[in-house]
Design a protein around this ligand. Structure first.
Ligand code: CAA
Length: 401
């Protein structure tokens, strides 16, 4: 008998600040239509000086632990491409901040924006081996490009925590998956750089090539047909990319590519990404959160997922929506995580962008800026020091739920 395994809970968090694209456009003289229409972005989250991938991840995961407890969680997989340490998993800090049991395995996973999907699939394998166990998958990233570069308009920051379990309350992840890997240099970040390097047009082409590649494999593995999906959640570095990708797939499959057909499949998935910006590996699951929070009842329907990570690896898979899923959503908390952000002016954003820790191993406290439950208090002897501010994170209202 096959076991049903999938997403039992999903919670997200984003940063303290937000920069509207109108402020960026006013600074660099860009017609705002390019941002609002051309790339489909309204604003982007900007972390405070005392926020990073760990504080966002802990904020996203705390409500999941509060709701379900940690008794069954024996594995935490932390997916990120904006890692804070070359050796230690950021997940270990989160494990500590959340007070998870010592009898847990914690590991970090990386393949650009695809990492969270790899983590989800590996988690499903672990739960399959022992359905009594649950796996906490966390995706957390700060997307950062050079100031005054074309990529600057496609920054952002967010974390998603996903509890993977047998008999899930939200979505059952289905077999098969379509897979695709190609060695391309479309986007990368050498170890000595804070911000990513990107060949913009090459990255869009590489993404579209991966859409075709995963779909070809998905079809060969006897996957569903395109018409069977109620919606498709695409990785969204900027929301217009989802439109480009879906049109490309429809065209590739010989389907109508009219505005309404495209909007029907992806229109509800872009609401959070368009105001949060690129959250890298979390972004496809922010698309899912937006879809589940806004759609009419999706019970029993199939949702497609196209997860793309530059470099590149991609996967197409599907999941079916579980009855009564709406009782388990975190819609109010998700909206609060977005609405609570403080609006920055351009100068404030630039100052935060230019911040970096000295590398001298000294004492470097960070200014207290975040109002979230966890903060990065500073750097001491090359070690990141985190603080649990002791605020309730389990019960709404509160950032990230
Ligand atoms: N009104 C309406 N639309 C306008 C406009 C206006 N006034 N001015 C320009 N536009 C449109 C353009 O026609 C164009 O639309 P199309 O793509 O449909 O042709 C769009 O706005 C963007 O314009 P440009 O191509 O001129 O923009 P750009 O050169 O400044 O770069 C970008 C855009 C390549 C996305 C750049 O922001 C970038 O490099 N971003 C980072 C890379 C990225 O996100 N790549 C996506 C795939 S890789 C991936 O998915 C992994 C990941 O997370 C990074």
């Amino acid at each position: 008998m096959s076991i049903s395994i999938g997403i039992h809970d999903l919670s997200f968090a984003t940063a303290e600040f937000v920069l509207p694209h109108t402020a960026l456009a006013a600074h660099n003289g860009t017609d705002i239509g390019k941002y609002h229409v051309g790339i489909g972005q309204e604003s982007m989250s900007v972390p405070a000086a005392d926020e990073d991938i760990v504080t966002m991840a802990a904020t996203a995961a705390a409500p999941v632990i509060a709701r379900h407890g940690a008794d069954r969680i024996r594995t935490v997989v932390f997916a990120t491409e904006s890692s804070i340490d070359q050796a230690k998993s950021a997940g270990v800090y989160v494990h500590s901040l959340l007070g998870l049991p010592s009898s847990t395995r914690v590991v970090e996973l990386k393949q650009a924006c695809y990492g969270a999907t790899a983590a989800l699939q590996f988690a499903i394998g672990l739960v399959h081996r022992d359905p009594a166990q649950q796996v906490l998958v966390i995706a957390s990233d700060v997307s950062k490009y050079d100031l005054d570069s074309p990529g600057e308009a496609t920054q952002g920051a967010a974390a998603v925590a996903i509890l993977v379990s047998a008999d899930p309350a939200l979505l059952r992840v289905e077999d098969p998956s379509g897979l695709f890997t190609a060695d391309v240099m479309d986007f990368w970040r050498p170890n000595y750089r804070d911000s990513a390097l990107v060949d913009g047009q090459e990255s869009i082409n590489a993404y579209l090539q991966a859409v075709e590649g995963t779909w070809k494999d998905y079809t060969e593995q006897d996957g569903r047909t395109l018409g069977e999906f109620a919606a498709i959640c695409y990785h969204q570095p900027f929301t217009k990319m989802a439109y480009k990708a879906h049109r490309h797939l429809l065209n590739h499959c010989g389907h109508d590519t009219g505005k309404e057909t495209v909007a029907e499949a992806i229109g509800l998935t872009t609401a959070y990404n368009s105001v949060v910006g690129n959250s890298y590996t979390a972004s496809v699951y922010l698309a899912l959160a937006a879809l589940l929070d806004q759609a009419e009842d999706l019970t029993g329907q199939s949702v497609g997922f196209l997860s793309y990570g530059s470099g590149s690896v991609a996967e197409f898979f599907s999941a079916s929506v579980v009855a009564d899923y709406r009782e388990h959503l975190r819609t109010k908390e998700n909206l609060q995580a977005i609405d609570r952000r403080e609006v920055l002016d351009y100068a404030g954003y630039r100052a935060l962008h230019e911040r970096s820790f000295p590398t001298d191993g000294g004492e470097h406290p960070t200014p207290a800026q975040t109002t979230g439950p966890f903060r990065l208090a500073g750097l001491s002897g090359h070690k990141r020091i985190y603080e649990d501010r002791g605020e309730p994170t389990g019960a709404p209202p509160g950032p990230g739920g």
